[in-house]
Design a binder for this molecule. Structure first.
Ligand code: ADP
Ligand code: MG
Length: 558
C-alpha cells in the first residue's frame, strides 16, 4: 500500500508543526487511507493491527474539524476498551494539539479520582477519550454532556465487544446526536462488529490494511526447537548474547508469565510480568517502569499486551509459540518499528509445534531461520567482552588514583595484582545477580542431540503403543547406562510414561531410550551414557503422573 507525506493532506499549520515535532516522517498506510476520507466527513470502518498508527489516523482529522468549527463543548468522543489505551490515545492527541492552545483533551477512566476528572471536564474540553464505564458515570452525574459531539470514535471495537461493553456502547450512543461522523477501528472484523456499524454508521467506507507486510518483512526471525525444561536457560543465553533490552517475552498463560518472571528475576534479570489477573495499579506500575527503562524485560500474555504501544523494542521472544498465527504477527510487530530492524525468537517444543511454526511461515510468507542456542563458551565470551569494554572505559575516562593506591596497599601485603583483579572480577561478574555460569551439561541438551544419539536408531524398533524395545543387550549397548527411577507398576507406570517424560523434558529422542524394565516398586531404563546426567537431573526436577521420580544411576545393589 502507498504511503504519503503528511504535507499532502492539506493539514493546518499547527498540526503539521506538531507532527514535525513528534518526528513522524510520513503517514502510515492506515493513516494514508483514513485521513482524507475522514476529513471529507465520511464514516469509516478501519481495520489494521496494533501499532499501525490508528490514533493519529482518527485524531488528526478530528483536530482539523475542531479547528474549522471553532466551537465550545465536547465535540469529539473516543471510546477505548481499557484505561491504558485511553491514556495512550490522550497523550498522542495532546502531542498533536500542542500548538493549539484552546483545544483541550481529557481522559476519563475508572480507577482515577472522579472529582479530578470532573474538575478537568468543567474547565472546558473539546476532546474526551475514555472507557465506557466511566463515561456513563459522568453522563449520569451530568458532568459530561454529549449533546455537542460531532465525531464519535470507537477505538479497538473488537476488544470493546469482547470485554462486554456492547450495552454500554448502546447507552452512550443514545446521548450522541444523530448528526455526527462515526468512526470505528478494530484489529479484527466480526459479524458483531458489522452489526454495530449498521446501527451507528451511515454508509461507511471500509479500509483494510493488509496485515502482514507491515511487520514481519524487516524482522529477523529465528526459532529453536528445544524441550520445555530448557527454555529458561535458552532464553537467558539469548539475552546474554544479544542484549536486546528492552525486550518483550510472550507466554500463552498467566501462570507461565508468573513462573517465568520469578525464574528470570532469580537469575538476576530485571524482568516484570503483565497479565489480566493483575490489579490495574500493578499493571500501570509495570508499564511505567518498562517505558521508563527501569525494567529490561516485559513478560506478558497476548491479551495483557494487546493494544499497548511500546516502541524501540530490541527483540520479541515467543517463549510459547503463539496459539494463533495472527498473534505471532501482533507480537513480533512490536520489534523493529519505525524503520529499525527487529529480532524475533520463537521457542517450539516437539513436532506438533514445529508444524504450527511451518504454518506461521506459510501464512506470514516469511522465513523463520533455525537458530542455535549459544554455547556456554559463547555466553562467557560475551560476558568477558562486555566486562573488558567496561574496564577499558573506566581506565580511560575515570580518575582511578584513589583506587590504585588501595591496590598498591593490597599488593604490599603480598597479594598479586592478578589475584586482586580475579577476586574483583568474580564479584563483578556475579554482582549483576547472574548466580550461575551457563553449564556445559546444558550445551549438550541444546546441541543437535538427534544427531548425537541417532547412531543406534536404525536398528531399533519399538512397539509404538507402549515404547517397549525389542532390542537385546549386546554390542550396541556398550554406551548405554541404566537409570533407576523410584516409580513402578504399583504406581501405574507404563513404558510410555517414561519415554514421554524423558523425551519431553530432556529433548532426548524417544528412540534413543533403550531397554525399559518395570518392577513393582521401581523401574529402570537405558540411555546413552553421555545423556545420563542430563536425564537424571531433569527427571528429578519433574514429576511423572504427578509423583516425584527419584532418578539415579542404577547399580546392582538396588
Ligand atoms: P494503533 O492504535 O494502531 O495500535 P498507535 O496509534 O498507538 O497505533 O501508534 C503506534 C505507534 O506508532 C505510536 O508510538 C505512534 O506514536 C507511532 N506512530 C503513529 N503514526 C506514525 C507515523 N506516521 N510514523 C511513525 N510513527 C507513527
Ligand atoms: Mg490504538
Amino acid at each position: 500500500m502507498q504511503t504519503i507525506p503528511f504535507s499532502e493532506f492539506g493539514l493546518s499549520a499547527p498540526v503539521m508543526q506538531a507532527i514535525d515535532d513528534i518526528g513522524y516522517e510520513e503517514a502510515t498506510p492506515i493513516q494514508t487511507a483514513a485521513i482524507p476520507l475522514l476529513m471529507s466527513g465520511r464514516d469509516v470502518i478501519g481495520q489494521s493491527q496494533t501499532g499501525t498508527g490508528k490514533t493519529a489516523a482518527f485524531a488528526i482529522p478530528a483536530i482539523e474539524r475542531l479547528l474549522a468549527d471553532c466551537e465550545k463543548g465536547v465535540q469529539v468522543l473516543i471510546l477505548c476498551p481499557t484505561r491504558e489505551l485511553a491514556i495512550q490515545a490522550c497523550e498522542e492527541i495532546r502531542k498533536l494539539t500542542r500548538h493549539i492552545d484552546w483545544i483541550h483533551t481529557a481522559a476519563v477512566y475508572g480507577g482515577q479520582d472522579i472529582e479530578r476528572q470532573i474538575r478537568l471536564l468543567r474547565s472546558g474540553v473539546q476532546i474526551v477519550v475514555g472507557t465506557p464505564g466511566r463515561i456513563m458515570d459522568h453522563m449520569r452525574r451530568h458532568t459530561l454532556r454529549l449533546g455537542d459531539v460531532k465525531i464519535a470514535i470507537l477505538d479497538e471495537a473488537d476488544e470493546m465487544l469482547s470485554m462486554g461493553f456492547r450495552d454500554d456502547i448502546d447507552t452512550i450512543f443514545t446521548d450522541i446526536p444523530q448528526e455526527r461522523q462515526t468512526v470505528l477501528f478494530s484489529a479484527t472484523m466480526s459479524s458483531e462488529i458489522m452489526e454495530i456499524t449498521k446501527l451507528y454508521q451511515t454508509n461507511p467506507e471500509i479500509i483494510r490494511v493488509v496485515r502482514k507486510e507491515l511487520t514481519v518483512s524487516e524482522i529477523e526471525q529465528y526459532y529453536y526447537n528445544i524441550p520445555h525444561s530448557h527454555k529458561i536457560e535458552a532464553l537467558s543465553r539469548l539475552m546474554d548474547v544479544y542484549h536486546p533490552e528492552p525486550a518483550m517475552i510472550f507466554c500463552n498463560t498467566k501462570k507461565q508469565v508468573d513462573e517465568l518472571v520469578s525464574a528470570m528475576q532469580q537469575r538476576g534479570y530485571v524482568a516484570e510480568g503483565l497479565h489480566g489477573d493483575m490489579k490495574q495499579q500493578a499493571r500501570d506500575h509495570v508499564m511505567n517502569t518498562f517505558r521508563g527503562g527501569k525494567v529490561d524485560f516485559l513478560i506478558a500474555t497476548d491479551v495483557a499486551a494487546r493494544g499497548i504501544d511500546i516502541s524501540g523494542i530490541g527483540a520479541v521472544f515467543n517463549y510459547d509459540i503463539p496459539q494463533d498465527v495472527e498473534y505471532y504477527v501482533h507480537r513480533i510487530g512490536r520489534t523493529g518499528r519505525a524503520g529499525k530492524s527487529g529480532l524475533a525468537f520463537t521457542f517450539v517444543t516437539g513436532s506438533r509445534e514445529m508444524a504450527e511454526l511451518r504454518c506461521i511461515m506459510k501464512y506470514t510468507r516469511s522465513e523463520i531461520t533455525k537458530g542455535t542456542i549459544p554455547t556456554s563458551e559463547q555466553v562467557m565470551e560475551c560476558r568477558r567482552l562486555r566486562f573488558a569494554k567496561k574496564v577499558c572505559a573506566s581506565v580511560e575516562n575515570e580518575d582511578l588514583s584513589e583506587y590504585m593506591r588501595m591496590v598498591e596497599q593490597l599488593a604490599d601485603e603480598g597479594i598479586s595484582a592478578i589475584e586482586i583483579a580475579a577476586a574483583l572480577l568474580k564479584a563483578e561478574m556475579t554482582s549483576d545477580g547472574r548466580t550461575s555460569m551457563p553449564s556445559e551439561a546444558d550445551d549438550f541438551a541444546f546441541a543437535g542431540h538427534e544427531h548425537r544419539f541417532g547412531r543406534n536408531a536404525g536398528s531399533e524398533r519399538r512397539d509404538s503403543r507402549d515404547g517397549r524395545r525389542n532390542r537385546r543387550s549386546g554390542d550396541r549397548d556398550k554406551n548405554m547406562v541404566k537409570i533407576y527411577i523410584g516409580l513402578g507398576s504399583s504406581a501405574g507406570i507404563k513404558p510410555g510414561h517414561i519415554v514421554g517424560a524423558v523425551a519431553n523434558e530432556t529433548g532426548l529422542p524417544g528412540r534413543s531410550i533403550g531397554r525399559i524394565e518395570i518392577s513393582d516398586r521401581y523401574s529402570t531404563f537405558d540411555v546413552p551414557q553421555e545423556a545420563a546426567e542430563l536425564v537424571i537431573n531433569t527427571l528429578n526436577k519433574t514429576r511423572i503422573m504427578g509423583r516425584r521420580v527419584s532418578a539415579r544411576l542404577f547399580t546392582e545393589q538396588f
